[in-house]
Design a protein around this ligand. Sequence first.
Ligand SMILES: [Zn+2]
Ligand SMILES: [Zn+2]
Length: 290
Amino acid sequence: MSHVKKHLQWYVPAFLLGATVLIWTAVFSVEARSDALTVRVFDIGQGDGVFIETPAGVQMLIDGGPGPSILSKLGRAMPFWDRTIDVLLLSHPHADHIDGALEVLKRYAVGMVIESDVNHSIPEYGEWHDLIEKKKIPLHVAEAGEVLNLGGGIHLDIYYPNKLFVGESPKNVHDAMVVGRLVYASSSMMFMGDAEVQIEYKLLSSGLELHSDVLKTGHHGSHTSSSEDFLRAVSPKFAVISVGRKNRYGHPHQDVLDRLYSFGINVFRTDQDGDVIFKSTGDSFIPVED
Ligand SMILES: [Zn+2]
Ligand SMILES: [Zn+2]
């Protein structure tokens, strides 16, 4: 990918200027591929794997699901010659999010990694950091208030964590979740990772704009997440639940489905609908066929 050089940079929104300074700048090679911003929530089993591609060809992956099946998903979503991913965001280091992301890190040239860098002792996470160091990939520790500019008026606003978790070992690693809201003109999509109700209430009291066209529901439709108050504030037209067929956790929980339906939200499930794809040209995200 090499036709156009674009600047991908971090900046701090106006209301925070003075509190923090410019954070990040990197240069990536991109090539126009489509007229729409495309978000693919992959049917990847019990886990999360979301691939975002901007009209200018900037590519971001949020998590990689369990095991290596993300590789064949990316193989279909990307041209065969494209072996680069601009941004790899790890919501948190649980196996159903990091295992596939590690496979991607091994096989693709990744421009930047974003994560919370929380302490969590699973071998994959050690391997993840070793590889980032070995391949000299810039690692950015996410914090609420930051905005990742993807170019063309598209940005990912970091909503959580609300403080740095580097070196910390919270009892529940979900408390250090990286939550982001993707915005393109008047369209938006919220990515909750496995965020639970406590984070939802922190977001509710943050004053941040929560309303979004699409909600990637927290924690695979578990009853730990998607509280009534939060759903009311986000008031999405569509919710997508990334969940494995016949998973041993009973996800998604029926009470969460009932809550989503009670708000009139159209619900997609990767275990029933396969890959769930949304596109936006700036007005709103709409679901499209593969
Ligand atoms: Zn998970
Ligand atoms: Zn998790």
